[in-house]
Design a protein around this ligand. Structure first.
Ligand code: SF4
Ligand code: MG
Length: 317
């Protein structure tokens, strides 16, 4: 159902009572088993919060999550624990997400100990096989994070998510801090692992190019709302939402049939999101209606949903 995460604003910044940051504001979407669902948007649009909600690092203030047909809020503590094994996250920053004082071997073995998986020998075997699967020599167990390059650290971050043999992984800006050549190596590794292990990903990035490359479907977020969902790499499907088109327009040489849309101004504060369509102050195509009425996410075609008044009268197929 419709997911919401409102953060209370820290007290000293309160201007009036009951202010909240609408980090994720009534987002509702479904990720199919075995697919890579990409989530894209500018920083602060709520995509990381959405990812953290899915791994339950933060609790939603409204709505619920349904995993394999079951609502998370209805699960017992024991069921939640096994779910925590099923759903893992790879973080943005391999430099700070790995404990600098621990050897790689320990970083990878610790989750197995916490989840009481196997004896020492079995755990070591899992660790060294996982290292090989992410393209690192098993001898890396004796190294410390600072001895590794950025790409190697992110491989360890991926290995740490994999040791518990999860089914679903949230990957939050995992390649953003890396050089372009290393980026593509890690993207290909992620794609490879997804296929070999039959994994499902929520792949989060501000970079639409990267998201479109790796994903089966793409969700575009703006100010805590999902504004468009489309199937990636389908020649017939052109992104329609003016915000998505602006994101594509900022990619050099993007061969898009639609005319360029240029973003105006800054992302408004999620404390006081604009009324009507939250994108209207920056939208070059805004109409009177857009300032008053918020559009809803509506199906405009096969595998394609858009939240924009321009497409409400469109022919539904
Ligand atoms: Fe622009 Fe209006 Fe569509 Fe919002 S609803 S994206 S303001 S045209
Ligand atoms: Mg983020």
């Amino acid at each position: 159902s419709s997911l919401t995460k409102h953060y209370p604003v820290p007290k000293q910044r309160l201007l009036e009572k009951q202010q909240v940051v609408r980090a994720v504001d009534g987002v509702s979407f479904q990720i199919n088993e075995g697919e890579i669902f990409g989530l894209v948007g500018e920083s602060g649009c709520g995509k990381s919060t959405t990812g953290q909600l899915l791994v339950q690092l933060v609790k939603q203030t409204g709505g619920d999550l349904i995993y394999q047909g079951r609502t998370l809020s209805g699960l017992s503590r024991g069921e939640l624990k096994s779910l925590r094994r099923d759903i893992q996250i790879v973080f943005q920053d391999p430099y700070s997400s790995l404990n600098p004082k621990k050897k790689i071997g320990w970083i990878l073995e610790e989750p197995l100990i916490i989840h009481k998986m196997g004896d020492k020998q079995t755990r070591r075997k899992i660790v060294s096989e996982t290292l090989e699967q992410v393209g690192l020599d098993p001898g890396y167990v004796n190294r410390f994070p600072h001895e590794l390059s950025g790409g190697q650290k992110q491989r360890v971050g991926i290995a740490a998510a994999l040791v518990l043999t999860p089914k679903f992984i949230v990957i939050d800006e995992a390649v953003s801090a890396l050089d372009v050549s290393v980026q593509s190596q890690i993207l290909n590794l992620l794609k490879d692992l997804q296929q070999k292990r039959g994994l499902t990903y929520l792949f989060i990035s501000h970079d639409l190019n990267v998201v479109e490359y790796i994903s089966d479907r793409v969700g575009v977020m703006y100010l805590g709302k999902m504004v468009e969902i489309f199937t990636a790499g389908e020649p017939g499907i052109e992104p329609l939402h003016p915000y998505t088109r602006a994101l594509f327009s900022s990619i050099p040489d993007a061969e898009r049939k639609k005319e360029r849309v240029t973003l105006q101004g800054e992302v408004p504060s999620p404390i006081h999101p604009p009324g009507g369509c939250a994108f209207h102050p920056r939208c070059p195509l805004a109409m009177d209606k857009c300032r008053v009425t918020a559009p809803e996410l509506k199906r405009v075609g096969q595998g394609h949903e858009v939240s924009c008044h321009l497409y409400e009268e469109a022919n539904h197929t």
